[in-house]
Design a protein around this ligand. Structure first.
Ligand code: HEC
Length: 198
């Protein structure tokens, strides 16, 4: 029984590999170009603009401003809950979302080493500063860049407090946010292959 199921797995793998190999030929036969001619290479200015707002784990580059749970709760309700849910558990069945999109923001602690890890800001992310960086770049999904620094500090405070990582009374700013200790801070190990980083 066991041998047969392994055989079947290899057959599926082989079929997938073949499908990938012949896919370009099929696309060409159907009149599609092998290379799509859109987009432009990122200029050094483009790259500099992205790097300029990158925030380090130590809080480097965090902008001035501040926000707390109470203010964040209102921002969350207005700008985030439609997709991430009133309880921060994510809304099921949204259309046009990226495959594998993780809409659940809290919960899942202690599941990362189980068969069904639940990866959320609370359970997985090692640095609180990443929350500010990510929300500033990418959220709300339908209007990235629309929140002020104060609003992003506030909504970060709301998410971190709802995840029981910080107290609801804490005011987040460029000094306090980097000091937040995330539950999975020590859950990552350095890659032991130095040859990859030469
Ligand atoms: C229109 C739907 C929508 C709204 C509104 C929205 N988000 Fe998101 N959010 C998403 C989607 C989709 C993803 C996953 C994106 C991906 O994986 O590429 C996401 C991902 C995230 C993540 C990363 C989750 C993870 O573990 O990877 C955070 C944090 C987040 N959103 C915060 C916010 C905040 C804060 C707001 C409000 C200011 C907000 N989002 C508003 C759709 C939304």
């Amino acid at each position: 029984m066991r041998i047969r199921s392994v055989d079947r797995k290899y057959a599926v793998l082989l079929a997938s590999a073949l499908a990938i190999l012949v896919a370009p030929d099929i696309a060409r036969a159907q009149g599609y170009p092998s290379k799509f001619d859109f987009g432009t290479p990122a200029s050094s200015q483009d790259i500099a603009a992205v790097v300029a707002i990158a925030i380090g784990p130590d809080g480097r580059n965090l902008p001035p401003g501040k926000g707390d749970y109470a203010a964040g709760k209102i921002i969350y309700a207005n700008a985030c809950s439609a997709c991430h849910g009133a309880n921060l558990q994510g809304v099921a069945g949204l259309r046009d979302m990226p495959a594998g999109a993780s809409l659940r923001l809290i919960g899942g602690r202690g599941t990362l080493t189980t068969k069904n890890p639940v990866m959320t800001v609370e359970s997985y992310w090692p640095y609180a500063t990443t929350l500010f960086d990510y929300v500033r770049r990418a959220m709300p999904f339908n209007a990235p860049g629309s929140l002020s620094a104060d609003e992003i500090y506030a909504v970060s405070a709301y998410i971190l407090a709802e995840g029981n990582i910080i107290d609801k009374t804490i005011v987040l700013d460029a000094q306090t946010l980097p000091r937040v200790q995330m539950p999975n801070r020590d859950g990552f190990i350095p890659d032991p292959r130095p040859e990859l980083f030469k």
